[in-house]
Design a protein around this ligand. Structure first.
Ligand SMILES: Nc1nc2c(c(=O)[nH]1)N[C@H]1C(S)=C(S)[C@@H](COP(=O)(O)O)O[C@H]1N2
Ligand SMILES: [Mo]
Length: 317
């Protein structure tokens, strides 16, 4: 069956054309499976799914969680931006399906008292897992409500003890063309990098996520560990992080390098500053078809406003 065949292709053999063909094959196979099942059990799709794993250990609820309606697991895991696995929203879920995340090493380096290399388990162990249900707003003017599980970035920063020179944190994500098929293309400058000012990184809302819906983070959402900064546009949330570097100068960030007049370093959600090619005043709350939801300053997280006192947010977009 077509899905089996696609799975047998080694990722190192995949070219962007293969990716396109596989995607088409997958969609055809899914459609065939839906017909065969009379739109019932969908055996073909079930087989194609990544196994789902419950997270271990207690997960604290958080007062930072929104009470808005949470998006369905299917929305959150099938409408993704993760260009390492394709530029269409439905590609990452298919192309990242067998993404191997064990073993995973996370390195903390630069201006810190305790630079270190950790295995992911050891990195997370000292911290309590929390559920944080956040509104998430993509710069492309769609939004979702996602129940993340993770550790406060602030706790990590405190533990590694930045030196007096540290002003920013740079997040460097995985570069491995054998495991990330679209890194063969030059749609972005790889690896995907992002950054925060140190005081932003120490804000209680910033999260390093390792899960969603009490389950291990699926590959398409940034497994095994990704940044979540709910008052900023989604592109600030680098997926599949391998390195955190504490630095003196403002680091580069991938989308700013790609199109500097369209994507800034700060990228705070701001309904008053439009993207050069579209309005940011409203957003499409998935699965809505129209952008009928009003976008709020800082995505509604007004408690971060004092981080930007005295700054011109039109200039620092
Ligand atoms: N490594 C990497 N991280 C990334 C991206 C990417 O292409 N590569 N896309 C970003 C964008 S534009 C968005 S909106 C969010 C989407 O996260 P989600 O798919 O979990 O909703 O991931 C961000 N992190
Ligand atoms: Mo985005």
């Amino acid at each position: 069956m077509v899905i089996k065949k696609a799975r047998d292709i080694r990722s190192s053999e995949i070219t962007p054309k293969d990716v396109y063909v596989r995607r088409r094959e997958f969609l055809q196979a899914s459609a065939a499976a839906m017909l065969a099942a009379g739109f019932g059990a969908l055996p073909g799709i079930a087989e194609a799914q990544q196994p789902r794993t419950k997270l271990k250990g207690p997960i604290k609820k958080s007062p930072f969680s929104t009470t808005e309606k949470v998006n369905l697991y299917e929305h959150v895991t099938s409408y993704n931006n993760f260009y390492e696995f394709g530029t269409a929203k439905d590609e990452p879920k298919v192309l990242a399906r067998n993404f191997k995340t064990t073993p995973w090493t996370l390195e903390v380096e630069g201006e810190v008292a305790k630079p270190a290399k950790y295995g992911l388990e050891d990195f997370i162990k000292p911290f309590a897992l929390e559920e944080r249900i956040y509104r998430m707003r993509c710069v492309e003017a769609w939004s979702m409500v996602i129940p993340w599980v993770g550790i406060p970035l602030k706790d990590v920063v405190e533990k590694v003890q930045p030196t007096g020179k540290a002003q920013f944190v740079e997040f460097i994500t995985l570069q491995d063309v054998g495991r990330m098929p679209y890194q063969r293309s030059n749609v972005l400058d790889w690896p995907y990098v992002e950054g925060l000012r140190l005081d932003e990184a120490k804000h209680p809302l910033a999260l390093l996520a390792v899960g969603i819906y009490d389950e291990v983070l699926p590959p398409q959402n940034g497994a095994p560990i990704r940044l979540v900064v709910p008052w900023k546009y989604g592109f600030k949330g680098g997926k599949s992080i391998v390195k955190m570097r504490f630095v003196e100068k403002q680091p580069r960030n991938t989308w700013n390098v790609m199109a500097p007049h369209e994507y800034g370093f700060y990228a705070n959600v701001n309904p008053n500053v439009d993207h050069p090619r579209w309005s940011q005043a409203r957003e499409r709350r998935l699965p809505d078809l129209l952008a009928t939801t009003k976008t709020q300053m800082f995505n509604g997280y007004s408690e971060v406003a004092s981080l930007y006192n005295g700054m011109d947010l039109r200039k620092n977009y």
